[in-house]
Write a protein that binds this ligand. Structure first.
Ligand code: C5P
Length: 193
């Protein structure tokens, strides 16, 4: 079996940065699963149909990173049939040799519950809002409101809500720089590899 690293956490916690860095470090494939939901939301029309017919082109749209695309993603991500339509692609990706890193909201709990390494990355609301504001050149106060709304929607939904798996290693990046956060994640992987 290829090695799978599942990384979950709320928006702007640092999970994407950590996922990219550890996939580089171990030479594994990386899938940002948020992109699947962003592309589904951005496609418009019936979201279940959109999820079923996603193409590589849909995933390459330059506007997927915006705060609006994030909000639209979290709305359609609450629909169980949308999530079901995206499961196969994620399962196939997780089988890629020599290993795969998937980051999202439900990787450790629903998509890859057997993953030998599960990381749950968190940071304070204020730190996450400041990071996202810098990234998108936006107002931190406005980002804070948006992040909290998205976290609430992602945590309170019935279908695959955002929460750590029982055996996840929690990494709080509030007071860490990128190098420290990545080193902490690599150490957690090395412990079981
Ligand atoms: O991680 P990112 O901010 O790109 O995710 C956008 C939205 O997609 C999240 O707020 C969440 O609603 C949804 N998502 C999800 N499950 C995942 C990844 C993302 O529900 N595995």
């Amino acid at each position: 079996m290829p090695f799978v690293i599942a990384i979950d956490g709320p928006a702007a916690s640092g999970k994407g940065t950590i996922a990219r860095a550890i996939s580089d470090h171990f030479g594994f494939h990386h899938l940002d699963t948020g992109l699947l939901y962003r592309a589904t939301g951005a496609k418009g029309g019936d979201p279940v149909e959109a999820a079923r017919s996603l193409t590589a082109e849909d995933l390459a749209r330059p506007d997927l990173r915006s705060a609006e695309a994030g909000q639209a993603a979290s709305r359609i991500a609450a629909i169980a049939d949308v999530r079901a339509a995206l499961v196969d692609f994620q399962h196939r990706f997780a089988l890629r040799e020599p290993g795969a890193v998937l980051d999202g909201r439900d990787i450790g709990t629903v998509i890859c519950p057997q993953a030998p390494v599960k990381l749950y990355v968190v940071a304070s609301d204020e730190v996450r809002a400041a990071r996202r504001a810098q990234e998108l050149n936006a107002d931190p106060a406005e980002m804070l409101v948006q992040l909290r709304e998205r976290d609430r929607r992602d945590s309170e939904r019935a279908a695959a809500p955002l929460r750590p798996a029982d055996d996840a290693v929690i990494i709080d990046t509030s007071n860490m720089d990128i190098d420290e956060a990545v080193a902490t994640a690599i150490a957690a992987v090395e412990r079981v590899r």
